[in-house]
Design a protein around this ligand. Sequence first.
Ligand code: DOR
Ligand code: ZN
Length: 332
Amino acid sequence: MRLTLNSPLDMHLHLRDGKMLSDIAKYSAKNFAGALIMPNLTPPITTIKTLKEYKERILKACGEEIFTPYMSLFFQESYTPEFLKEAKPFVSAVKLYPSGVTTNSECGVSDIDIKKLSHIFEAMSELDIPLCVHGETDGFVMDREREFGAIYENIANAFPKLTIIMEHITTKESVSLLRKYDNLYATITLHHLLITLDDVAGGLLNPHLFCKPIAKTYEDKEALVQIAINADKKVMFGSDSAPHPVSKKECCGCAAGIFSAPIALSALAELFEQHDKLTNLQAFVSDNARNIYNITTPNKEVILQKKEQTISKEFDGIIPMFAGKKLSWSIE
Ligand code: DOR
Ligand code: ZN
C-alpha cells in the first residue's frame, strides 16, 4: 500500500541554529514541503534583519531539497504597528511566549495584558499576520493550558479578525474552545496524539518524551486524536519537533523537547490507518494549514509506503521519539 502526500507541511518546527541546524534540517527538508519555523533562539528572532539572516542559514542547511521555511518573529511588547507593517512581507506569523514557560522563552511577555498589547494585536489583525501562542500559565503543570483558556477567549473576543493559533494543544478543553470562536485554530503534535503522562513518568522516567506542554490524560489524547483524524478544518499538523543534545536530555534538569521530525509522517500514517482515516491525512498535514495561513506551497510529492521500519537510535547524535521502536509505514 502507498500513499502520496502533496506538499506536506509542519506548522510548528524548531530548527535551532549553528551545527544543530546543519545536522537536523535535512530530516524536515526531505519529508516536508515547508514548515513554520519557531523563533526561540538565543537571542530570539525579533528583528527583520536577524529573521532574514536566519532564513538564509536555514535554506543553506536544506541544500537542494524543495522546502520553504515560513518564518516567525518572537513577540515583543515593544513592537509597533510601523515595525509590523515593515515586517509583513517576510513573516508568516508572530509567536507569543509567556515569559519563562518553556525553552528560551525568558524574553517573552511577562503579563499578557490585552489593553497594553492592543495596538499590536490590532495591527496584526489589519495586516493579516497570524498570532501563534504558547498557551500556558505558570500554574500547576497539568492545569497550565486549561488556565490559559481565559486569555485565548479574551483575545479572540477582542480581536475577532485576528487569526489566533493555539500551538500544540493537549487538552479536551482546548478542543472545545476551538469550536467557540471562528478566529481560533490549533496545531497538534505527533507526540500529543500518541502519548500520555504515563509514557513520560508512569514507569521509569523517559526524558525523551518530556516536553512542554506536558502530555496529559488518555481522555485528552482521545479528544485530540478525534479532531486530528477527522481533519477538522480548525486543526493542522505542527510537530513541535524540538531537538536537544543528549547531554541536555539525559541529566538532572532535562530540557523540554521531543525530536520527532524524522518519523513524523510515518507515525501519522500509522495512526490514521489504525483509525481507517488515511484519506484525511492530506488535509491534516497540508490542506488545512494552507487555508488557515493562506499560503502557497511549493509542489512536492512525498510518498509513504506500508513497509515496516525500525526507528534509528539516534539521528546525528540526537535521540528521536520512539528510538528503536517499529513503525508500520516508511517514507519511500
Ligand atoms: O517541549 C518544548 N520544547 N516545548 C516548547 O514549547 C519549546 C521546545 C523547545 O524549544 O525545546
Ligand atoms: Zn515549540
